[in-house]
Design a protein around this ligand. Structure first.
Ligand code: 2NL
Length: 349
């Protein structure tokens, strides 16, 4: 192989490499180009190996030419790499662009369930009057749910018909009174006892628009010396005004509960007609909101408070009933169905 032929091969190779490089359009094929023309097994390296066939005085000259071509191709490669990297970065940047003019995703704010709202509001009222708040188990013993509340073994309220029994001795509480009994036992001999107990209770009822086999009871209890019926009425009047407006009044009607004596049903001026008489109050002008009474002496004595020294009053209401009156809900079942169209109506303050 003579010098001229070898140089011609080198020139062809360089021209070929430059032409090829012009069509390279991504960094992957640029790498392949580099391996093909500048790598250890490349054609340029192949020509270098043939240098040995030249006359000794021609070798440095060809070596020089080879180096010039190598450097020229290196420089071309470098330039191409810069162009491609810049282009690829620009493509990446514009693909990742965030369009800040797009509207945001709508968020659905949560809301307290109307029952939770009523519980909180009533708790606030009674906390303000110095009551403490207690809660406890929904599975209760016969002793605390019935016996301690003056409901002896043969009492009709203990019937399988009315109570969800788990065993002979265990049942789903039918009222929150067991926690009031426990509070009295824990507080004894301290007075006053002033406690409010909100919680779920269970009764074997047929569900309809105004009844549920599981509902939320809120019970209150006060025990001290010299507690009278007028104390009960005063507290309930405060409660009615706080929940239903400053000009509310309450009315007590005689009633019966095994754990209070005397007992009274408490009415509110009809929230619908203001007392004039309408369909809601069945033309009476009054709406029943809770049951109450003076704690039965036997209940006080069993809990540890000597009924010849101490007296007390108690009351109980359904949070569902209060919520229905406050928010104009006509079917109690709406409070348990978790229909968002219903619940979203309570997002306001
Ligand atoms: C109701 C009516 C009432 C009581 C609950 C009570 C509790 C103790 C002692 C005496 Cl520890 N009484 N609670 C009294 C009268 C009525 O509830 O819940 N109507 C829905």
């Amino acid at each position: 192989m003579d010098f001229t032929a070898l140089k011609a091969q080198l020139d062809t190779l360089r021209d070929h490499a430059v032409t090829k490089l012009a069509s390279v359009s991504d960094t992957k094929s640029l790498n392949e180009w580099r391996v093909a023309y500048l790598g250890k097994k490349s054609e340029v390296s192949g020509l270098a190996k043939q240098m040995g066939g030249l006359a000794p005085e021609e070798r440095p000259k060809f070596g020089q030419l080879l180096n010039d071509v190598r450097q020229a191709l290196e420089a071309e490669w470098e330039e191409k790499r810069n162009i491609l990297e810049r282009a690829e970065q620009n493509a990446r940047l514009s693909a990742e662009t965030i369009d800040i003019t797009l509207p945001g995703r709508e968020t659905q704010p949560g809301a307290y369930h109307p029952i939770s709202r009523v519980i909180r509001e009533i708790e606030d009222v009674f906390l303000g009057m110095g009551f403490m708040i207690a809660d406890g188990p929904e599975v209760e013993t016969d002793l605390y749910n019935f016996e301690m509340l003056n409901l002896p073994k043969d009492h009709p309220a203990r019937d399988m018909q009315d109570t969800f029994y788990i065993t002979d001795e265990l049942l789903m509480r039918t009222h929150t009174s067991p926690m009031q009994v426990r509070t009295m036992q824990r507080m004894h001999p301290q007075v006053p006892v002033k406690v409010l107990v909100p919680g779920r209770v269970y009764r074997r009822d047929e569900d309809d628009a105004t009844h549920s086999h599981a509902f939320t009871q809120i019970e209150g209890l006060v025990v001290d010396k010299n507690i009278r019926m007028s104390d009960l009425k005063g507290i309930l009047e405060q409660f009615a005004k706080a929940l239903f407006g400053e000009n509310q009044r309450v009315r007590l009607r005689p009633s019966f509960f095994p754990f209070t004596e005397p007992s009274a049903e408490v009415d509110l001026v009809c929230v619908h007609c203001g007392g004039d008489g309408c369909r809601v109050c069945k033309e009476t002008g009054w709406i029943e909101i809770l049951g109450s009474g003076m704690v039965h002496p036997r209940v006080l004595d069993m809990a540890g408070y000597d009924s010849s020294i101490y007296s007390g009053f108690a009351f109980g209401m359904g949070a569902e009933r209060i919520a229905m009156l406050k928010y104009g809900i006509t079917d109690i079942r709406q409070l348990y169905q978790n229909d968002l169209r219903f619940l979203r109506q309570f997002t306001g303050a």
